[in-house]
Design a protein around this ligand. Structure first.
Ligand SMILES: NC(=O)c1ccc[n+]([C@@H]2O[C@H](COP(=O)([O-])OP(=O)(O)OC[C@H]3O[C@@H](n4cnc5c(N)ncnc54)[C@H](O)[C@@H]3O)[C@@H](O)[C@H]2O)c1
Length: 444
């Protein structure tokens, strides 16, 4: 069996674990891929090269599986970094896991266009170019494909000699990071039938597809759309709860209990719980790609009222927590506040669009003195709660699961803004008559 050469371009939170997964693929007991990686960010690459040397992931993760697989790949020299994109001429598969950000109508597409052009200038016949990046629907077929066709024409390579596919990522950074690549459903599509088959065969080499079937969509645009709708749905679900958190405060009800009683219905099982807000790289931006797709790619002005409202509400969601704090602590100026958790979600070291940061900004504007604890981002020790007027639990990190009761001093006020403390701890705090408030739970 001849090993295939695969190169992952963009070695961030999605691309690096993907490269690790590919470098561990075995077929009939033999490693199937020679894995290469490339990134434009020199700082990231030097950190990664150091990580490969020390067999240690260049970012912090609680996922032992990912750590072990990465260490194994490094020990066996299974991931090689390439600096020069000319080397793409030897690859059988090229996976694009780069970021795509909206930075203005013209500029936003520059990076992916330039990169695709470089790839197509170098690829050999028979290569599969698979994009995983979340894109405004229509980007691949309407923006990239016409340019790809021109470049291939210049190279005198027939279009059907190269394969073009799309399959967006559903990886979930956190405790089950690695598992979420292998054991997860995926949608995919390709430019033509042959490309679709190539993508399917590729995905089948590393995804547990018997348990998690792969779903073929008609076109690449359909697949790009699936990702945007998927994340719009989730973002809207989150936004819906925010207005109920506000109303629960007015009518003094325990929204957490209410939602849990509703979630028991299988049709409503994915209702969101009250929380500090939406963050991360994807959810705040992805839904808005629908608007950009309609305006820039499809040249049609579509209103998308849900998406606009969702985005507006989600951007302001941390203010609901801020208002709760302000209601309970009349004067915030000069107050010493300990923030427990600054990453955008639990058990990750990623702070992109963290809702905690929006809250911190508001508190600072009011003159509060902020100290931050985060076991993943800052890796610092939990300071004594008694040193603070207020402790805000913002992120449900595993490290906050069993904070000893003796940590909680009577002189401090506590706020749980993300369902972080368990019922046992909540009962303890209530019994001790500590000043303790929970976002969305206002029944007492
Ligand atoms: N982070 C997640 O949990 C997640 C989950 C599902 C999907 N996604 C999507 O996957 C994509 C990647 O997300 P991410 O979180 O890994 O982003 P990231 O910023 O962590 O990684 C992207 C990497 O691509 C590199 N890059 C950008 N342009 C490049 C170029 N021209 N050549 C080479 N490298 C280049 C960047 O330097 C960066 O290291 C995005 O479209 C995102 O929306 C992310």
């Amino acid at each position: 069996m001849k090993q295939k050469k695969v190169c992952v371009i963009g070695l961030g939170y999605v691309g690096l674990p993907m490269a690790v997964a590919l470098s561990n693929v075995k077929v009939k007991g033999k490693f199937y891929y020679q894995t290469f990686g490339h990134d434009i960010d020199n700082y990231k690459i030097s950190k990664l090269i150091r990580g490969i040397k020390n067999k240690k992931l260049p970012f912090d993760s609680l996922d032992n599986d990912l750590k072990k697989k990465f260490s194994f790949s490094c020990s066996n020299n299974k991931i090689k970094i390439i600096k020069d994109l000319n080397e793409l001429n030897k690859m059988d598969i090229i996976v694009l896991s780069v970021n795509f950000d909206f930075i203005g109508n013209k500029n936003s597409f520059k990076n992916i266009i330039k990169l695709t052009d470089k790839i197509v200038k170098n690829v050999k016949k028979g290569t599969l170019i698979l994009i995983e990046t979340t894109l405004p629907p229509g980007t691949y077929e309407k923006i990239l494909m016409p340019l790809i066709k021109k470049t291939l024409l210049k190279r005198r390579i027939a279009l059907n000699k190269i394969f073009f596919g799309y399959s967006y990522e559903r990886v979930m950074p956190g405790e089950k990071y690695y598992n979420s690549i292998i054991n997860n459903f995926r949608c995919y599509s390709g430019y033509n039938k042959a490309s679709k088959i190539k993508v399917l065969k590729f995905l089948q080499t590393f995804i547990n597809f018997k348990k998690f079937p792969l779903i073929e969509l008609n076109s690449i645009t359909e697949c790009e759309t699936a990702k945007i709708l998927e994340n719009s749905y989730r973002a809207t679900n989150i936004a819906l709860v925010d207005e109920w958190v506000k109303y629960a405060s007015l009518i003094q009800v325990d929204l957490l209990k209410i939602i849990k009683s509703i979630k028991i219905r299988p049709t409503h099982s994915n209702m969101m719980l009250p929380g500090l807000g939406v963050g991360g790289y994807c959810l705040p931006k992805d839904a808005l790609f629908a608007i950009k797709s309609s305006q820039i790619i499809h040249k049609k002005k579509i209103n998308f009222p849900f998406i606009r409202l969702t985005s507006k509400i989600n951007n302001k969601m941390p203010l609901t927590s801020f208002e709760l704090i302000q209601r309970k602590i009349k004067k915030l100026s000069g107050k010493k506040i300990l923030i427990m958790g600054v990453s955008y979600k639990e058990n990750v070291d990623d702070v992109r669009n963290s809702p905690t940061n929006i809250l911190i900004k508001k508190l600072k504007e009011k003159g509060s003195k902020i100290t931050i604890h985060d076991p993943m981002v800052l890796k610092n020790k939990i300071p004594k709660f008694s040193l603070f007027n207020i402790v805000l639990f913002c992120v449900k990190h595993k490290a906050y699961k069993n904070i000893p009761s003796k940590f909680f001093s009577k002189t401090t006020s506590y706020f749980d803004l993300n369902n972080i403390l368990n019922e046992k701890k909540i009962n303890f705090l209530r019994k001790k008559n500590l000043k303790f408030f929970i976002l969305g739970r206002y029944h007492e």
